[in-house]
Design a protein around this ligand. Structure first.
Ligand code: PHE
Length: 347
């Protein structure tokens, strides 16, 4: 009996030593200590032995059982540790490292500017309308008192589209200004009216203060007896609400075919603080923000409105310029559209 015990112990311990997985270890446990296991069978045979012998063999068998159990659990821990070591080698986790946070998106500076502009005009009763970005020559030029051969049309450096010419409306263009909305608005709405049209416009240009796609906000107000005083009052209310009371504004006479008289409106440059020194953005300390004027009678007529009954003013501000002139120090307009997150995150 003792010899059998010794044999069982030896083969159990060496089997335990050789297993490489928890499942194999479980099999070894069943093989020796399970209900039909080798040691269990031997213990069952004890009842056939007489008193003293049964006690001695019983005791020895229990020692062997304990030894096997200890070896099993030691091996189990070793296997578990080996498994963790292998995982740790592959995917090392430093639980004390600070967590990585998700990037938060933000609204583009130009969109922020548009939202502010819309709010200011809404507060003085201007509602928002929209006009096509791909437009007929008719609404972009012709109906605005700019006949085909007129040299003023060269100023707009327009992107024409070769396909789909209309007999009635001419070529299609990527609209070069938001003034294309004017005659459309008159065709679609009753007068008097006060509206803003904010949209994308396209011109062949690119330098520190021009990009080929930019945004304009077109204001259009039609009513009885609209005068330059109304235009100035509206423009200055807007500019002072947006930029604060202390910014300088000036009007320069200009020539637009669709307004008479016409102006360009400048603001003191925020990039060089109005000094003009080595500034790539402004001209001698001033930045042109808008064109404006009293609507030409031909434009009202083209929209079916009697110029003897109604008068109107219109203005067109460049949104990117407005954004650049308010405390952001952007020395080149093209930076707005390079989609560099390091730049955009600042706003
Ligand atoms: N459409 C003109 C431009 O793009 C600006 C303008 C708008 C001028 C309305 C007069 C009236 O430069």
């Amino acid at each position: 009996m003792k010899k059998d015990l010794e044999k069982i112990k030896k083969s159990a311990l060496s089997a335990i030593d050789m297993v490489a997985t928890p499942n194999a270890l479980q099999d070894v446990r069943v093989q020796f200590l399970g209900r039909k296991g080798e040691l269990t069978r031997l213990l069952k045979g004890l009842k056939d032995l007489d008193g003293e012998k049964r006690k001695a063999v019983g005791q020895a068998a229990n020692f062997v059982k304990e030894e096997i159990e200890a070896a099993l659990s030691a091996r189990e821990s070793a296997l578990e540790k080996a498994r963790f070591d292998a995982i740790a080698k592959e995917e090392w986790i430093d639980v004390t490292a600070p967590g990585s946070s998700c990037e938060t998106g933000s609204v583009h500076l130009v969109t922020q500017t548009i939202n502010k502009i819309v709010d200011i005009f809404a507060s003085i009763g201007f509602s928002r309308v929209a006009a096509p970005e791909v437009e007929w020559d008719y609404y972009a030029f012709e109906a605005l008192n700019m006949p085909k051969e007129h040299p003023a049309r060269d100023d707009w450096e327009t992107f024409f589209i070769d396909e789909g010419v209309s007999k009635k409306y001419g070529k299609q263009v990527l609209t070069p200004h938001t003034s294309n909305a004017q005659v459309r608005i008159l065709e679609e709405h009753d007068v008097p009216l006060k509206v803003v049209n904010i949209g994308r416009v396209y011109r062949r240009q690119a330098d520190a203060s021009h990009v080929p796609m930019f945004h304009q906000v077109e204001g259009f107000c039609v009513g009885d007896n609209i005068t330059i005083a109304d235009l100035k009052g509206t423009v200055e209310y807007f500019l002072h609400s947006f930029f604060g009371q202390d910014r300088k504004i000036r009007y320069r006479p200009y020539d637009f075919r669709f307004t008479e008289p016409s102006f360009e409106i400048d603001i003191d440059c925020d990039v060089c603080s109005g000094t003009g020194d080595n500034c790539r953005v402004c001209k001698a300390g001033w930045v042109e923000l808008a064109g404006a004027g009293l609507t030409h009678p031909h434009v009202l007529k083209a929209g079916g409105v009697d110029p003897d009954k109604y008068s109107a003013f219109a203005f067109g501000f460049g949104v990117e310029r407005i954004a650049m002139m308010k405390g952001v120090s952007i020395p080149d307009m093209r930076m707005l559209y390079q989609n560099d997150l390091r730049f955009l995150k600042q706003f």
